[in-house]
Design a protein around this ligand. Structure first.
Ligand SMILES: [Zn+2]
Length: 447
């Protein structure tokens, strides 16, 4: 049978030792009658000794266990606390309760210990001044926050917040905004972190912190003392992705070795954003296409710089390192026709209009470009709509050829799409990936 009262006001309490919340009904149900009677005493003793075992999840007040004698049913209670919605009889949504648990969790022993460790570590470092705990920081517009610990570092205010199991997104976000507005930096600290088993609230923090996580423990405090400089344990994602799937780096690092980015409210040891492979690839794509346009736009063959060939091969070698499958010999004009289609002006050809490229590909004796007339046409449709070439066709020559072109694309082997550049095209023009896929599965023709 359950010894929990039918009507309870305090629905959730927090274990001060672990910092974890627990439903009062579950807690009472887990104990036998005699255990509950002993538990009543332990709770009271904790309060008397100023080391409470449990506090109200919402307001952080000490709780005790009351028993309604006649029915022998138990419920949690605390001092009438004007600010506790449990006492005011308000019905709170789960979300509201979560938001308020933050106050309760601040009272946990785990949290207090962390604060002490942090202050202990910081006080060894002469570059930190005005180290204070639980002191209000006033904002420009009258708003205020009370960080766990604050300190001055090189004229900057650093607000250290210890991440608690119950910290939740709105708290993280509004704090970030507050410190951003007030030229300070929020610095989240964890007491423990396991990349294989991350909590949502931890992810809310480190994904917005360039994939870096900071931990303080006895080892980092020792190191701070030994070096007379504040050290933290840093763990960082080596690549972007899900925390369980990517590789992580870890090291105890000096605070001076961190990059402090107030604008983005980030502090990091490893710059994931610049080192991530997908970011690198994206940057290479942009830089390459810009370079290619600059080197070749409006230039005939003999006007192109001597170094063009060498530099082009260097770019291709770099793309191969990224694992992109590229044919042994690359004809850069394949890139030229597609970049021209995208931009709406000829690049890699000494022409005025896109339609001149279209004529060249279709008429060329030399058939190297013919297998790419299809993707060229589809790319023009994609970027500019299907009437684009017709609208450029002032002489009417393209219109005259249109049936012939369609027929050729369908039945002339010279024009059948060659897949050898598909990976390179997909890398340089990711927006064309779907079209290539269609071209390779359906017998498509140019519209
Ligand atoms: Zn309360």
């Amino acid at each position: 049978m359950s010894f929990c009262a039918d009507t309870i006001t305090i629905k959730e309490v927090m274990n001060c030792h672990s910092g974890l919340p627990v439903k009062t009904q579950d807690l009472i149900d887990s104990l036998t009658y005699d255990e509950l009677i002993q538990f009543r005493s332990s709770l009271k003793r904790g309060i008397v000794n100023k080391a409470p075992l449990y506090v109200c999840s919402i307001c952080g007040s000490h709780v005790y266990l009351n028993c309604r004698k006649e029915e022998r049913k138990f419920h949690f209670a605390h001092k009438k606390h004007a600010n506790c919605p449990y006492d005011n009889g308000h019905n709170l949504t789960d979300r509201q309760i979560l938001a308020m648990q933050y106050n309760g969790a601040k009272e946990s022993l785990a949290h207090k210990n962390m604060k002490e460790l942090l202050i202990d570590a910081l006080s060894n470092d002469a570059s930190f001044g005005n180290i204070e705990s639980e002191i209000v920081v006033k904002g420009f517009d009258g708003e205020w926050r009370k960080p766990d610990v604050k300190a001055k570092y090189c004229d900057k205010l650093i607000a250290f917040e210890i991440q608690l199991s119950t910290t939740f997104l709105s708290v993280i976000v509004e704090r970030r905004e507050f410190y951003l507005k007030n030229n300070a930096l929020i610095f989240w600290i964890f007491n423990d972190f396991d990349p294989k088993n991350t909590k949502m609230t931890q992810e809310d923090i480190f994904y917005n912190n360039n994939g870096n996580v900071f931990i303080i423990d006895n080892k980092t405090v020792e190191k701070s003392k030994e070096k007379q400089a504040f050290h933290v344990r840093c763990m960082w994602m080596k690549n972007k992705g899900e925390p369980q799937k990517v590789e992580w780096g870890a090291s105890i690092v000096a605070f001076t070795d961190l990059t402090l980015d107030l604008k983005k409210q980030r502090a990091f040891y490893f710059d994931l954003e610049s080192n991530d492979i997908s970011t690198k690839k994206e940057r290479a794509r942009h830089e390459f296409l810009e370079w290619y346009e600059k080197e070749t736009r409006g230039k005939s063959g003999y006007e192109i710089s001597e170094n063009f060939g060498v530099e082009f091969r260097e770019w291709i070698a770099k793309f191969r390192e990224y694992g992109i499958d590229i044919p042994q010999k690359v004809d850069d004009r394949i890139i030229g026709i597609l970049l021209s289609a995208k931009k709406g002006y000829p690049i890699g050809f000494d022409f005025k209009k896109i339609i001149e490229i279209a004529h060249l590909i279709f008429n060329a004796k030399n058939s190297i470009l013919k297998p790419y007339l299809g993707i060229f046409g589809w790319a023009i449709n994609h970027y500019h709509g299907k009437d684009y070439l017709i609208n450029q066709d002032e002489s009417g020559k393209w219109r005259q050829k249109l049936n012939n072109i369609r027929e050729s694309l369908k039945n002339n082997k010279d024009f059948s799409h060659n897949k050898q550049y598909d990976e390179l095209i997909t890398f340089l023009f990711p927006e064309l990936a779907g079209i290539l896929e269609k071209m390779n599965t359906l017998n498509t023709d140019i519209k």
